[in-house]
Design a protein around this ligand. Structure first.
Ligand SMILES: C[S+](C)CC[C@H](N)C(=O)O
Ligand SMILES: N[C@@H](CCS)C(=O)O
Ligand SMILES: [Zn+2]
Length: 338
């Protein structure tokens, strides 16, 4: 992503240049579905890398147009093992992983070109403000969990069965990470990475381990640039950010889903109340300012969110900024009373 920085310096620098916060995109998979893609498949959104790359590019572009600074590749469920089980050779699988990054890079090139002329030409919304003049546009390579590959919703339960050892998990991810690393190194790009966890109860990660322990471990890793939460109900985010901020010194990233629950058997989303999970859909965007205040500096959306949510997040972050600037001004006495 960045050139010549340490692994976490680059992200801090981008945050600084952008005025303290960055907008992450919204859902990729469910947004492809909203455009008619059929993800009823073990490869889920990765299937579109073969069948509909143009649609992936369009979704990336829609998010950039909505104000996202970071677009996330369609590789959440793209794994060499998953591809192989569908008759895709290892070489072809590696090419598909690289393709996911290239599609996002293509979208970025189209967007950046159009920002100076054409449909995405500088909009006051994000380019007119001096502090955001150097609005970065970054590509994040998505590396979904082993549970994503299992295609049984176990990324939300942490239940991978008994036989999966730590070594097996390391082997599972190794070549996939190397494929991205090679691509980026070929272009002399260092790779800041963030770690994000899901939570169903606001206190523990899906595995059942306390979120504070998970965040502290991720935070202590030299190569991790940010730590956070994704695909989790909005109503849990504020408390989770507060917990993470107590143990982590790195930037905090949050990209919640809409609060609905994923039903793995049907690959559908249901209202959490119907699934016995409590009221869904706490107003997402009205909470963004609170998350920012609690310490989140990268904010986006996960499953079932779309460009409209991202546009609203960008606006909410700008407003939160303006409000805190106004508060800071209030701290200075207008008149010195002697
Ligand atoms: C983030 S979940 C909705 C992705 C799909 C899941 N791993 C499945 O294959 O059913
Ligand atoms: N980046 C993935 C996350 C799923 S939890 C997507 O949005 O499709
Ligand atoms: Zn999600």
């Amino acid at each position: 992503m960045g050139r010549g920085d340490g692994h976490d310096d680059a992200l801090r620098r981008w945050l600084r240049e952008a005025g303290g916060w960055l907008v992450v995109d919204g859902a990729l998979g469910t947004e492809l579905e909203a455009h008619g893609a059929d993800l009823q498949d073990e490869l889920w959104s990765a299937r579109c890398l073969v069948s509909a790359p143009h649609l992936i590019r369009k979704v990336h572009l829609d998010y950039l147009d909505a104000g996202a600074n970071i677009i996330t590749t369609a590789s959440y469920q793209a794994t060499l093992q998953g591809f192989q089980s569908r008759g895709v050779s290892r070489e072809q699988g590696e090419a598909l992983l690289r393709r996911s990054v290239q599609i996002a890079q293509e979208a970025r090139a189209i967007f950046v070109e159009g920002r100076s002329k054409g449909p995405y030409a500088a909009r006051d919304e994000y380019d007119g403000v001096a502090s955001r003049a150097r609005r970065p546009v970054l590509v994040a390579a998505s590396v979904g969990s082993y549970g994503a590959y299992l295609a049984d919703g176990s990324e939300y339960t942490g239940d991978y069965g008994r036989s999966v050892t730590k070594e097996a998990l390391k082997n599972f991810h190794r070549r996939r990470l190397q494929a991205y690393a090679e691509l980026l190194e070929e272009n002399d790009i260092s790779i800041p990475a963030w770690f994000s966890f899901t939570s169903k109860d606001g206190a523990n990660a899906a595995s059942g381990d306390p979120i504070t322990e998970c965040a502290a471990i991720a935070d202590s890793c030299r190569r991790v640039a940010a730590v956070g939460i994704n695909c989790t109900a909005p109503r849990l985010i504020h408390g989770l950010v507060i917990s993470i901020s107590k143990v982590a010194s790195k930037p905090i990233v949050v990209y919640p889903n809409t609060g609905e629950t994923y039903v793995a058997e049907t690959k559908e989303w249901v209202d959490s109340a119907a699934a016995g999970g409590g009221a869904a859909g706490t107003d997402f965007v009205s909470c963004v300012g609170k998350w920012r205040q609690a310490g989140a500096s990268l904010v986006g959306g996960c499953c079932r969110t779309g460009p409209a949510t991202v546009r609203a997040i960008a606006r909410a972050l700008r407003e939160a900024d303006a409000a805190s600037d106004a508060d800071a001004d209030d701290d200075y006495p207008a008149v010195a009373v002697l």
